[in-house]
Design a protein around this ligand. Structure first.
Ligand SMILES: NC(=O)C1=CN([C@@H]2O[C@H](COP(=O)(O)OP(=O)(O)OC[C@H]3O[C@@H](n4cnc5c(N)ncnc54)[C@H](OP(=O)(O)O)[C@@H]3O)[C@@H](O)[C@H]2O)[C@@H](O)CC1
Ligand SMILES: [K+]
Length: 489
């Protein structure tokens, strides 16, 4: 997993890398620009569209000059718009790249830019070196950039966005942000989605091991990380190895939730899936998911099960005793979702009884009900951190870039997923996946890392075909393909 460092650590990481690899900071900037232009090439942007590169005086601007040079070489019509006065001294590497701009590249001042022109704008005005409140001259530049109606692509971070904090002032509204080495923390906050757009991560050759000496509790989860967290099964594996799981949920009018969770547990590989549902409603489940069994007795021996997920469609009315009884009679980590979380919010005295290392999967509304409203995502992350540490629990804050908050304090941002997953039942699918992995003897950490990533990937695969028409059942149908895509047997 990639560590997410703070803006202040970026310079130190760079210096450490330059020392280790004996390359110059100029070469590192060149790698960033080459990485950007390789991504650009892959997007096949039309050469009929002129490219406007807004460059500041620091190294972010230096990236911009280098990108302008490389795109010009690729036969694009490139103009550079200087976001600084002629008397301003540029950072050393920005100065070198400015001097390398070839003749065919038009160089103008930002005031001369006509925002009604057609083209693509590259924002290399301010990067992670932006500090404090925006100066008034910078405000004007950002307003000018944002008045452009075409596509805006931010280099490293949209100008004006602080790398580790919540946006307080004005900031470039990019539709794509191409970020170097690791995604800056603030790119992953939901309140910045309109400024950041799609995130593209460009590798600049800093290996994972080089992050070891930097401390951070934030991580970024990518597809290459996943196979290392999976368990392997062999020829002699039997149904029992794949786990016997129980899902508790489903009440009148809410049976769909447990239908989705149980199907998703089966598609994730569970050997045996049983459901504890209201007995009058059982036919719905048995018709929709014939592979699942119904357990209708009042007092189930929970110890029969390798894993239990509770909450989808459960309802809250008269269900507190069920939860309390479950906590008393089952000691393995549980998956708690939806109404199980709502019940905990209403009965906070039950929280200390939750089996250690259990997993809670609130969406933002459930999170607020459980832990109170937060003014922003940073506060939400802090609340989750304190909650997980205090009670020895794990929690997923669901959303774009869902965050896995582990009991040991690490917070892992997921990279898979799509806007098309914002559909009813998507969370019930995650509950099924997580319960299934726990039942296959994955540790809660393994189950979370694999489960959250596979869930997002299944959504991506379904969304590619169904777009806005994606429904939770499509996500379930795509789960098997995620194993193929990640080459997990
Ligand atoms: N490993 C990596 O990730 C690599 C990183 N690289 C790149 O380097 C970037 C970081 O470069 P950096 O440190 O030079 O700072 P940068 O973002 O250009 O900002 C400095 C400029 O901002 C200005 N400024 C500051 N505050 C301001 C305010 N409140 N309001 C207005 N202006 C303000 C400040 O002005 P000054 O205060 O000096 O007058 C100065 O002009 C990074 O984001 C990435 O793009 C790659 O090249 C290679 C590998
Ligand atoms: K920028």
């Amino acid at each position: 997993m990639l560590k997410i460092l703070s803006g202040n650590q970026v310079k130190k990481l760079d210096s450490a890398h330059l020392e280790l690899k004996v390359i110059s900071s100029f070469e590192l900037m060149e790698r960033a620009a080459v990485g950007f232009s390789n991504w650009w090439k892959s997007k096949l942007f039309s050469k009929n569209l002129p490219v406007f590169v807004f460059c500041g005086a620091g190294n972010n601007g230096g990236d911009g000059f280098a990108i302008a040079r490389l795109l010009h070489k690729m036969d694009y019509t490139v103009s550079v718009f200087k976001c600084f006065e002629d008397r301003t001294s540029l950072s050393e590497d920005a100065g070198k790249n400015y001097a390398l701009l070839s003749e065919g590249i038009e160089i103008k001042s930002w005031q001369e830019f006509d925002p009604t022109r057609k083209g693509i704008l590259i924002d290399a005005f301010l990067g992670v070196g932006f500090k404090g409140a925006l100066r008034s001259d910078a405000e004007g530049i950002i307003e000018k950039i944002n008045s452009f109606t075409g596509k805006i692509i931010a280099v490293d971070i949209p100008s004006g966005l602080p790398s580790d904090d919540v946006l307080k002032g004005n900031c470039v509204r990019a539709s794509i942000t191409v970020t170097f080495a690791f995604p800056k923390l603030s790119l992953l906050f939901p309140e910045h989605a309109r400024n950041v757009g799609e995130i593209v991560l460009v590798d600049i050759g800093i290996s994972d091991g080089e992050y070891d000496s930097f401390s951070s509790s934030f991580f970024y989860l990518r597809d290459r990380d996943i196979s290392g967290f999976h368990r392997e099964f062999h020829r002699f594996s039997h149904k029992g190895d794949f786990g016997k799981v129980l899902l508790i949920g489903g009440s009148k009018g809410k049976m769909g939730a447990v239908v989705l969770s149980s199907k998703s547990a089966l598609r994730t590989g569970s050997g045996l899936v049983s459901c504890k549902v209201d007995s009058e409603e059982r036919l719905i489940l048995q018709t929709a998911v014939p592979e699942a069994m119904c357990r209708l007795e009042e007092k189930i021996d929970y110890r029969e099960f390798d894993a239990i997920g509770v909450g989808p469609g459960l309802g809250t009315e008269g269900k507190t005793a069920l939860l309390e009884d479950l906590f008393e009679r089952y000691s393995k980590p549980l998956v708690l979702d939806a109404d199980a979380i709502n019940l905990l919010a209403l009965n906070q005295h039950l929280i200390p009884m939750i089996p250690k290392n259990s997993i809670l999967t609130p969406h933002l509304g459930e999170f607020d009900r459980l832990l109170g409203t937060s003014v922003n995502h940073l506060e939400r992350l802090e609340k989750a951190f304190l909650f997980c540490k205090k009670w020895g629990l794990n929690l997923v804050i669901k959303g774009a870039n869902s965050v896995i908050c582990l009991a040991d304090g690490r917070q892992i941002f997921n990279s898979s997923g799509t806007k098309y997953m914002a559909t009813g039942g998507s969370g019930d699918v995650l509950t099924g996946i997580l319960t299934s992995f726990l039942g296959q003897s994955y540790s809660p950490e393994q189950a979370l890392i694999c489960g959250v990533f596979h869930h997002g990937l299944a959504g991506e695969l379904a969304g590619k075909i169904k777009r806005r028409g994606t429904i939770a059942s499509d996500i379930i149908e795509a789960i098997p393909d995620t194993f193929i895509q990640l080459d997990i047997s």
